[in-house]
Structures are given as structure tokens and as C-alpha cells.
Design a protein around this ligand. Structure first.
Ligand code: CDP
Length: 247
């Protein structure tokens, strides 16, 4: 017998974690935290904890995968066995293979791949703790890791989801809302040009609800974009201060 879904929005319009429908979870972003990667970033979004590390541009291995006119961007999204309630096998699942592909495709349009022919860039994403919306938070962190690696980019890519829980369109769904809600619409965008690099939908929405969800997700992206830029600035201000102390 299936369990009756509990109410996800109370009478006052508050969600399970007391957020309003258009409220993001708390977000903390840090850039440049791994000394052995060329670029790195860490994000906490609600209970999500995700690390991204970038290597490259470097010679492509295996060589036959290299392209004579451009760099190849490879992405691996991986969930730690302890990242979810039920231990996850460390071997790549179908879901992780799919997410690696869509995250790589969401990031690639931001990179000037034609500047580095025959090279490769590897993006490694480790989900340490998952609570819904990990593909979005991964894109937000991985884009910063690419920027931290000094790779020439058109813009940062920022990502956020909106969806429908009970009868309300809400921003930035957490795990319970994702699982018990009606729909989830992850969006990634390069805000400078308003270019969408990822748009997916899981569930059912009426056309007007879909439009509302996309607009809300874009609004969330813009707010997270400010946090991304702030995190980059913080890293470079700290590096500058270190240099000044040495001099
Ligand atoms: O994380 P995202 O929303 O981008 O992807 P999803 O496939 O919609 O997964 C939603 C959530 O399900 C994840 O964020 C995890 O919290 C959870 N999950 C899980 O509990 N066990 C797994 N093996 C995979 C995901």
C-alpha cells in the first residue's frame, strides 16, 4: 500500500523547512580550496555538500579522443557512498553517467574551447552529501572551478531548479520536495547573455506552470550568480593580501 503523501506546504504558505515558495536554501560557496587541482570550488546549498576539481587544459588521454580544432571538456559527477540515506555503491550508476553528460554539456558553451586545440579539461564533481538539486549545485560549483583554473570563459554558468509541490510553484526544491512533489525543472544559464545551457523537467506541469517555474528558476540563478561572483572575488582578494604580506 502506498504511503499517503504528507502536506508539503502549510496553511501559511510555508514549506517543510519554513521557506517561502520563492526562497532559496542557504548557500555557501568557496573557491580555490584544493591545492592539488588546477581549479576548485565547494558549495553548500541547504544540506547539499559538493566539491568540484578541475585539471587542465592538458594533453588529452587517450589521444584518439582529442580534437584537432578544440579542447574536449570531460565531466564526472560522482556521489560518495555516504552522500545519501541508503549507502550508494561507489561504482558509477546510470544516473551518475547521465548527470555527468548533462552537466558537461551545460558547462561547455561557457568555455572558449577553440583556444586550446588537441587538449582536454577534466571536471571532477564529488557529492559528499545530497539533498535534492545536486545537478544544479554541481554546475554552479564546477563553473567556478573552471574559472579558478584560469580557463578563458564567456561567462559563469549558474544553475537552480524550480518545481511544483502540492499546488504551488516553488524555488530550489530539497530532497523531500523533489521526491513527493509534482515536478522539478532544473535550469542552467549564462546570465550575461541570458543563454540557457540546461533545461530539464521531471514530472508534469501545465504550460503556464512550466513558464512560471522556468522564470522562477531564472530568478534563483540570478541570485546565485551574485554569490558566485562574490566567492571568486573573495578568493582573489585573499590571494592579493597574501602577496602584499610577502612583499
Ligand atoms: O540531485 P538532483 O535533483 O539533481 O537529481 P535527482 O536524480 O532528481 O535526485 C534527487 C535527489 O535524490 C538527490 O539530490 C538525492 O538527495 C536523492 N538520491 C538518493 O537519495 N539516492 C540516490 N542513489 C540518488 C539520489
Amino acid at each position: 500500500m502506498s504511503k499517503k503523501p504528507k502536506k508539503l506546504i502549510d496553511k501559511k504558505g510555508r514549506r517543510l523547512d519554513s521557506r517561502k515558495p520563492n526562497e532559496l536554501r542557504n548557500i555557501r560557496i568557496e573557491v580555490g580550496i584544493l591545492s592539488n587541482a588546477d581549479g576548485s570550488a565547494y558549495i553548500e546549498q541547504g544540506k547539499n555538500k559538493i566539491l568540484a576539481g578541475v585539471f587542465g587544459p592538458k594533453e588529452m588521454h587517450p589521444k584518439h579522443l582529442s580534437r584537432p580544432d578544440r579542447m574536449v571538456l570531460r565531466c564526472r559527477y560522482h556521489m560518495a557512498p555516504f552522500s545519501v540515506e541508503e549507502r550508494k555503491s561507489p561504482a558509477p550508476s546510470r544516473r551518475e553517467i547521465e548527470l555527468s553528460k548533462v552537466i558537461g554539456e551545460a558547462l561547455e558553451p561557457s568555455v572558449f574551447v577553440e583556444y586550446y586545440p588537441r587538449t582536454g579539461v577534466d571536471v571532477f564533481i564529488e557529492v559528499l552529501q545530497a539533498d535534492g538539486g545536486t545537478r544544479c549545485a554541481s554546475i554552479t560549483a564546477a563553473s567556478l572551478a573552471l574559472a579558478d583554473a584560469g580557463i578563458p570563459m564567456r561567462d559563469l554558468v549558474v544553475s537552480c531548479a524550480a518545481g511544483k509541490v502540492d499546488d504551488t510553484v516553488v524555488l530550489d526544491l530539497m530532497d523531500t520536495e523533489d521526491k513527493l512533489g509534482a515536478a522539478d525543472v532544473p535550469v542552467a544559464v549564462m546570465p550575461n547573455s541570458n543563454a540557457v545551457t540546461l533545461l530539464q523537467m521531471d514530472g508534469n506541469l501545465a504550460p503556464e506552470e512550466f513558464e512560471k517555474a522556468v522564470n522562477l528558476a531564472m530568478e534563483g540563478c540570478k541570485r546565485i550568480y551574485d554569490l558566485q561572483k562574490e566567492a571568486l572575488r573573495t578568493k582573489y582578494m585573499a590571494a592579493k593580501q597574501e602577496e602584499e604580506v610577502k612583499e
